[in-house]
Design a binder for this molecule. Sequence first.
Ligand code: BG6
Ligand code: MG
Length: 224
Amino acid sequence: MNNKIKACIFDLDGVIVDTAKYHFTAWRNLANQLGFDFTEKENEKLKGVSRVESLNLILQWGGLNFSDNIKRQLATDKNEDYLSYIKKMNADEILPGVVPFLDELQKLNIKIALGSASKNAVAILKQVGLMDYFESIIDGTKVVNGKPHPEGFLLAASELGVAPSDCVVFEDAPKGVQAALAAEMFAVGIGNDDDLSAAHLVMPNFEKKNFKGIEEKLLSLTLR
Ligand code: BG6
Ligand code: MG
């Protein structure tokens, strides 16, 4: 029986930093240049989804199709636009409560990993000064299968040397929650989205949250 959580695996965009708004702006700029627009509701479907898959979905919404060469160029253009916002970020854009939570984990010797679909994860962590907290960083450059596939989270657990059942994943995307469950880990949804209801626990953010309280709630579920 599980009696202790040994590692926390964090998604990046929308969990540690509010970069989802920059992804939205950059994709929207691209769609507008191509002559169409999409809504914030549609944008929800892009959360946790890789760059290439996001582009394919957006082009589908716009009723457009291009050769692989042009699509590569479009994805590069979007990323350059996105990076122009990222380069202006600083520690003020770390989401509320995240730093005290990471500090608590360090004090308790709970291992910390990143499990993100983004290929910009390291650049973002450096930009906001959080790199040193992470013992393992699994990002979009290290996985073949995107969320909801569990590959990224399983790789993080294996790099940390912790069994999946002793890990908890923090995720803002329904596909990320599915990936955590497929990895047979605890899943904590971050946000208010009803779509996160598959998670073991949902909370709006890390403000006023402490690891011990979350661990207690999660472990009590396993006793039911
Ligand atoms: C995820 C985001 O974390 O990373 C997605 O939720 C994004 O919206 C994906 O498409 C890939 O990010 P990047 O930075 O590699 O384009
Ligand atoms: Mg996310």
